[in-house]
Design a protein around this ligand. Structure first.
Ligand code: PA5
Length: 531
């Protein structure tokens, strides 16, 4: 039965909550949970609050890795359980501010003078937060430095960025970010950058900063190479929750973003989301909505739809935070549960001209989280027709889509913020970090490890090692071509001809590898040789 406008207005008034301390509102009225849902979930939620309290007090909440989980201390250092941690957090923030001041003043400078550009090299949790914040809070007119990213080991992608920097390497500060200090994509990006500096007759090390774990391979390299500066990454901060550590704070501060306000926003959000009353706690509300909508099994995808261009990377950032945290095979008791929630999105109203058609009329396997931003722009707006601005249209499209989805039985949550500011970005980061933690408790999984990521890294290393064997073997028999099956047998990989085939096809497509492919009767009878 379709709800009347009066019933909907009543439901809206019941489930629209405002949190003035963090300038946030949340509307749950378009999720079809019954009125006794919160009370029925009380025991589970109580356990989630207790687990979170223990985590914040310093319990080993990542049991698989035997680690504490301390991202909440980053914005409220006094909460850290050990004085050394309190000091480490505070002194790192001071060191960031001091270094950034030196860079902006030009006391610390590159070979060609003051640093005007910033190249961030990192991946996953060591890139997505900085990318999101840079896009959300940057300004072409006010930024202190122009920011570029290497977040992959794609050579063409790196060329694109280096070409964009052009002949300005001497005024480019490179920040290499890797908690483990051994991530291949990041190492490769660093090596390619170093080579680019050398080609320009410049010393990379005099333009480089490392953010990494103490004594990691990257840390040792930075020490031995005499890099400009090193900032710490602690084992008690996970990659995807590291935006408010040096990982996110240094790039943001260098760009000219107010990191103090970001930290304040996150801290204020933590205060609100520590409340054990669900009605007063937006993070608990989010977690409970995810649980209800997906039946505690993540059966519906989360579509993040902010109506603000600045937030277009929010869905990418959340995709990692949520999917890497919640996408787990086993629960904490070791049962196979294959948990997770798929996350995707971009921005409205743009997406209305893309996939929103399917959301409204197609398979109902999702729920939307709208992010509404009340303030249109810093300055004044022109009217595009009598009484109506472009921003009014954006608001109209947001409301229209929310309504159209509801009318077709599609559920949605709406978050409303006043503006995209350092404070509100800090709030959003903290809100989702805690919602993820609560949801993980509700479904009984460890949100703070990532065994799947490690598995992928190991598999890649094995492919690279097979490639080395292929090249060594063919080097000894130059001029004598062989099929992929023959090569696989030669290197003792007969059970993995497919990998050999794919490696050979890749090598043959790159003329700089001196690796020839001779056409065969079928793709698999092609022969390969080193020339
Ligand atoms: O969130 C995570 O733990 C991962 O996505 C890591 O951030 C990613 O694998 C990069 O790792 P590192 O910072 O060690 O280079």
């Amino acid at each position: 039965m379709k709800a009347t406008p009066e019933l909907l207005w009543g439901r809206f008034q019941k489930y629209f909550h405002q949190f003035p301390a963090i300038d946030l509102s949340i509307d749950l009225s378009r999720v079809n949970f019954p009125d006794d849902y919160f009370s029925s979930m009380e025991p589970k939620m109580k356990a989630a609050f207790t687990a979170m309290e223990q985590l914040e007090r310093g319990a080993v909440s990542n049991p698989d890795e035997g680690r504490r989980v301390g991202h909440y201390w980053l914005r409220d250092p006094e909460r850290a359980p050990v004085p050394e941690m309190v000091n480490a957090i505070k002194s790192t923030i001071e060191a960031i501010q001091g270094f950034v001041a030196d860079v902006h003043l030009g006391t610390v400078r590159g070979a060609s003078g003051r640093f005007r550009k910033l190249l961030i090299i990192g991946i996953g949790g060591s890139a997505l937060g900085p990318q999101f914040v840079s896009r959300a809070l940057g300004s072409p007119l006010e930024d202190r430095m122009k920011v570029y990213f290497f977040d992959n080991t794609d050579p063409d992608g790196m060329d694109f960025v280096l070409d964009s920097i052009g002949d300005a390497l001497g005024e480019t500060l490179c920040v290499v970010i890797s908690k483990s200090g051994g991530t291949q994509e990041t190492r490769n990006g660093m090596l390619e950058t170093k080579a680019a500096y050398e080609r320009s007759g410049l010393k990379f090390e005099a333009h480089a900063v490392a953010i990494t774990g103490e004594k990691s391979a990257l840390d040792q390299l930075a020490v031995s190479g005499g890099w400009l500066k090193r900032f710490p990454m602690w084992d008690w901060v996970g990659g995807r929750t590291s935006e408010l550590s040096a990982v996110g704070l240094l790039p943001a501060a260098l760009q000219g973003i107010n990191i103090t306000a970001m930290l304040e926003g996150a801290k204020a959000c933590d205060v609100v989301t520590r409340s054990p009353q669900v009605e007063a706690n937006p993070a608990a509300q989010l977690a409970l909505m995810w649980y209800h909508i997906g039946g505690g099994k993540g059966s519906k995808d989360m579509v993040i739809l902010p109506y603000k261009d600045r937030l277009e990377l929010f869905s990418k950032y959340l995709q990692q935070l949520i999917m890497e945290s919640l996408g787990k095979e086993l629960d904490i008791k070791g049962n196979v549960v294959n948990q997770g929630i798929a996350v995707y999105g971009n921005k409205g109203s743009t997406d209305q001209h893309a996939y929103v058609q399917q959301l409204r009329d197609g398979i109902n396997n999702f729920f939307v989280t709208f992010v509404e931003v009340l303030r249109d722009r810093k300055g004044t707006s022109m009217t595009v027709e009598p009484h109506v601005t472009a921003g009014d249209y954006l608001n109209g499209f947001f409301q229209g889509t929310r309504r159209a989805l509801h009318e077709n039985g599609r559920e949605s949550i709406t978050l409303t913020i006043k503006e995209v500011s350092p404070f509100s970005v800090g709030v959003l980061i903290a809100l989702y970090e805690r919602a993820v933690g609560f949801y993980a408790s509700l479904v009984g999984i460890n949100a703070y490890h990532q065994p799947g990521v490690e598995a992928g890294k190991k598999a890649a290393a094995s492919v690279v090692s097979i490639q080395c064997k292929i090249l060594q073997t063919l080097a000894k028999r130059k001029g004598k071509a062989a099929t992929c099956s023959e090569i696989a047998a030669m290197i003792g990989s007969s059970s993995d001809v497919e990998t050999v085939f794919m490696i050979c096809e890749h090598l043959a497509a790159n003329s700089d590898r001196s690796f020839r492919r001779n056409v065969g009767a079928t793709p698999f009878e092609a022969t390969y040789e080193l020339i």
